[in-house]
Design a protein around this ligand. Structure first.
Ligand SMILES: [Cu+2]
Length: 604
């Protein structure tokens, strides 16, 4: 309150000191109640210390002065006992010690108490960096948020960054929240210490130490390893950044684990309790992570009944259109990590389809992207990939050239699953396989593994027997497009309406596009002028009425493209009955056209 008044009257901004200063003697500014307690105890003890120093100093000084040979010629040879003074100098220190012991023990037990923590962070000391784990947040694939934190070397420092203190990945924590630190080490003894927060805890291999902290203001708090742990002991700093709860949730959702749904606004969470108050918060971190299906789901908004499970061929067809088989190889410390994942991205209006995909596979998670209206179904746990995803696409093989990506990717999954990515030769083989998938491997990897030999992709030869109606359905949900084109003819007296259905693919799948002609028994393949893609197209009314509409009526689409199809079908019927020749019919077609595809998305 006083500080607030001071700030308002003098219009000053208080700058806190949360990092060591050159030649500093005093404390840094406290950022937690426990550190304030420590400073208070220090001040109390300092009071006794000064009194004793003065008392003892005065006695010593006066003894030297008064009883020197110059002042006193008589030696007090037999004056060697004084019961009273001996009692005084024994009992007084005992009383002083008791006076110090009470506040000291009080603080000691208070610091030891871990009061109903909302967030647990595990800090693991390594030679010579820290690893942090946010174990509260487990996504559907069983992964937690985990990252390494290395010091930024002097040569890479940016203006404003502190030398030997700045790290690449900070610990991000919310203010005014009960936080528990669990501290351990992987190799030798380290010590996790952040002075401003009153944190100092030894990190012992094979042992878990715990402590709690409440950060009572936003800021960046610097600390260092405080147990001599080897040659780079002085180069493994700790940085804790405390932010508002909202920013913390945003940060969480930007981590690899699935984000909380943006439909659950952070401010809906209850305000967190006061620092030393015994009442904990009712919400635990895990709750932020539910990715429940939301009200914007297109398919569930009209009826609440559970939808039937997806057909395996539909899943393969959709994957042929929209999925990616991803391998990422990254340097971590001295070694390399290999991560495999299967991802399928759709517009958020198809969130329910992603959830159906999740219940089809019974693994993986559905995540929303913050920046764009996109959502993904992701499987990243290696066991799930090995025992669910690979078998599915082996039994129901992809029909596009994506299958050759899948075949290479499946080999990598097998290698990682068997653990051979930890061996030199296994890693080399993975790099060789990865170099043939999608866009290949990065320049960094190429320089790190100069002698890898890229695998040859196998050419997939699609055949008509592989195309089932369910596959076509899934593929259309991914790559299909229904659109309407209205062209004025004869100086505007007559309008031609073209109803067009297209399936678009990269030119490498030209053979597949041509197979669609045999499958539907109609249509044509047009190669685009840039020679990079082709379109299988049905654009005449008889084929649309006799073949296309009956097909998609019998095999309904599962994504929001179904709505486009229904509008398309209506236009086909209007054109078939020549309604487009009269103004009312034409304006109805224009309205339908405007609400299709991008028009529908824009309205959402
Ligand atoms: Cu250390």
């Amino acid at each position: 309150m006083l500080r607030f008044l001071f700030d308002t009257i003098f219009m000053v901004k208080v700058a806190y000191n949360d990092a060591p200063q050159p030649w500093q003697l005093g404390f840094q500014d406290g950022g937690s109640p426990s550190f304030e307690g420590i400073v208070e105890l220090h001040d109390q003890i300092m009071f006794y210390l000064v009194i004793i120093l003065l008392g003892v100093g005065w006695m010593l000084g006066s003894t030297i002065r008064k009883f020197s040979v110059h002042h006193n010629q008589i030696v007090h040879k037999y004056h060697n006992h004084g019961t009273l003074i001996e009692l005084i100098w024994t009992i007084t220190p005992a009383l002083v010690l008791i006076a110090i012991a009470f506040p000291s023990f009080k603080l000691l037990y208070l610091l030891d108490e871990v009061i109903d923590p909302v967030i647990t962070v595990k800090a693991i000391g390594n030679q010579w960096f820290w690893t942090y784990e946010y174990s509260d947040y487990v996504n559907d694939t069983g992964e937690t948020i985990e990252f390494d934190s290395y010091m930024i070397p002097e040569t890479e420092l940016e203006p404003g960054q502190l030398r030997l203190l700045e790290v690449d990945n900070r610990i991000i924590l919310p203010v005014d929240t009960h936080i528990r630190f669990i501290v351990t080490a992987r190799d030798v003894i380290h010590s996790f210490a952040v002075p401003s927060l009153g944190l100092k805890l030894d990190a012992l291999p094979g042992r878990l130490n715990q402590t709690s902290v409440i950060i009572n203001r936003e800021g960046v708090f610097y600390g260092m390893c405080s147990e001599l742990c080897g040659i780079l002991h002085g180069f493994m700093p700790i940085v804790i950044e405390s932010v508002s709860l909202e920013s913390y949730l945003l940060w969480l959702s930007s981590q690899n684990s699935p984000p909380y749904s943006p439909l659950q606004k952070p401010h809906q969470f209850p305000k967190l309790g006061n620092p030393w108050g015994g009442i904990g918060t009712p919400s635990r971190g895990k709750r932020f992570y539910s990715t429940s299906s939301s009200s914007i789901d297109f398919a569930t908004s009209s009826n609440e009944e559970p939808l039937p499970p997806l057909h395996p061929w539909f899943v393969t067809g959709l994957s042929d259109g929209e999925s990616s088989f991803i391998i990422s190889i990254n340097q971590r410390g001295n070694g390399w990590t290999v991560r495999c994942s299967y991802e399928l991205w759709l517009h958020t209006s198809d969130l329910s389809l992603l959830h159906r995909l999740q219940s089809f596979f019974q693994v993986g998670s559905v995540n929303l992207r913050k920046s764009r209206p996109m959502a993904s179904f992701t499987v990243a746990a290696i066991d799930d990939l090995f025992s669910v995803i690979v078998p599915h696409f082996t039994n129901y093989p992809l029909q596009t050239q994506k299958r050759s990506d899948f075949l290479l990717w499946a080999k990598v999954v097998e290698l990682v699953h068997s653990g051979s990515h930890r061996t030199e030769s296994g890693l080399l083989e993975i790099v060789s396989l990865a170099s043939a998938i999608n866009r290949g491997v990065s320049d960094k990897l190429q320089t790190a593994f100069p002698n890898f030999t890229p695998y040859k992709r196998s050419l997939i030869e699609p055949c008509l027997s592989g195309l089932s109606p369910n596959w076509i359905c899934g593929f259309t949900d991914g790559e299909g497009c229904f659109d309407i084109k209205i062209t004025a003819r004869g100086s505007g007296s007559y309008h031609q309406v073209e109803c067009r259905f297209r399936l678009t693919q990269h030119i490498r799948d030209k053979v597949l596009l041509e197979l669609f002609i045999s499958f539907f028994g109609c249509g044509k393949v047009y190669i685009r002028s840039n020679n990079k893609a082709g379109d299988y197209t049905i654009n005449n009314i008889p084929d649309a009425t006799n073949i296309l509409v009956p097909f998609f009526d019998k095999n309904p689409l599962h994504s929001s493209k179904l709505l486009d199809y229904l509008d398309f079908k209506q236009v086909v019927e209007l054109v078939k009955s020549k309604q487009h020749l009269n103004p009312e019919g034409l304006s109805l077609i224009r309205t339908l056209k405007a609400s299709m595809n991008n028009g529908r998305r824009a309205k959402d």
